[in-house]
Design a protein around this ligand. Structure first.
Ligand code: BTN
Length: 243
């Protein structure tokens, strides 16, 4: 089946809608759900994602990985999405966004975009039945309350949202089906906000401070503490020291 685009004025969450559709009908590979507003937008770690009308664009891409897709390469999907978003923003604006490992896009120290990748996995066969990559991009800074100091925006009045979304989708498709993982990781690293900087993180209840050294082929962050210990982080929140 051909790719399919569905547009909503409002929806609870495009990722939630994707799950509902996956359970109720046969979808095309690369089905795209785009909404102007989400009433129950979801972020990572069970957090909510504020998604009001007129301030951003919220979309999900549904795709069906090939049989040889390793379920360990899951983190790479989000990395591919992050690179696609950065490339699309650079193509359509004069802005220079950065990526905060693993999946936040920043502009001028403010988060302008979040990515939530979810998969339907058959744990017995370790096969991934479907993947939903949800992307939310903020366009204005009119956030109130606790979000105002951290959420940023593209502030591009003349930028067509549809143009940006189309570019992201285009780049994401290419990164999944046409480009090598090595090439994408290089681009990811060259846009990284963390590499070469001191970061703070917590592992098994212990707080650490270390320099972010590299991102490996699985998309894990390699850090080195002042006493020379090398650690590999596969997920979790990392913050830049002093921020
Ligand atoms: C995060 O920053 O923790 C991830 C946010 C992901 C938000 C997008 S918006 C489109 C899609 N639908 C959702 O409910 N969440 C994702």
């Amino acid at each position: 089946k051909e790719s399919d685009v569905r547009v909503y004025n409002t929806i609870d969450s495009t990722n939630t809608e994707a799950k509902r559709l996956l359970n109720s009908e046969e979808l095309s590979n690369f089905t795209i759900l785009v909404s102007d507003e989400q009433t129950a937008g979801r972020g990572r770690r069970g957090k909510s994602f504020t998604s009001p009308k007129g301030t951003g664009v919220y979309f999900s891409i549904i795709f069906f990985p090939k049989d040889n897709f390793s379920y360990n390469s899951f983190d790479l999907v989000t990395i591919k999405a992050a690179v696609s978003i950065v490339k699309a923003i650079e193509k359509t604006t004069d802005k220079k966004p950065e990526i905060k490992w693993v999946n936040d896009i920043f502009l001028n120290h403010r988060k302008i975009c979040g990515i939530l990748t979810e998969a339907d996995i058959d744990f017995e066969s370790k096969k991934v039945r479907s993947i939903v990559t949800g992307i939310g991009i903020n366009f204005t800074t009119e956030f109130t309350g606790e979000l105002s100091p951290i959420a940023g925006s593209l502030l591009a009045e003349d930028l067509l949202r549809s143009q940006l979304v189309a570019e992201v989708i285009n780049e994401f498709y290419k990164s999944l089906y046409c480009r090598s993982d090595e090439e994408i990781l290089e681009e990811y690293k060259s846009h990284s906000l963390l590499l070469g900087r001191y970061v703070n993180f917590e592992l098994n209840g212990v707080k650490y401070e270390a320099i972010a050294k590299d991102i490996n082929e699985k998309g894990n962050l390699i850090v080195e503490t002042d006493d020379g210990n090398i650690m590999t982080l596969s997920s979790g929140e990392v913050s830049v020291r002093g921020q």
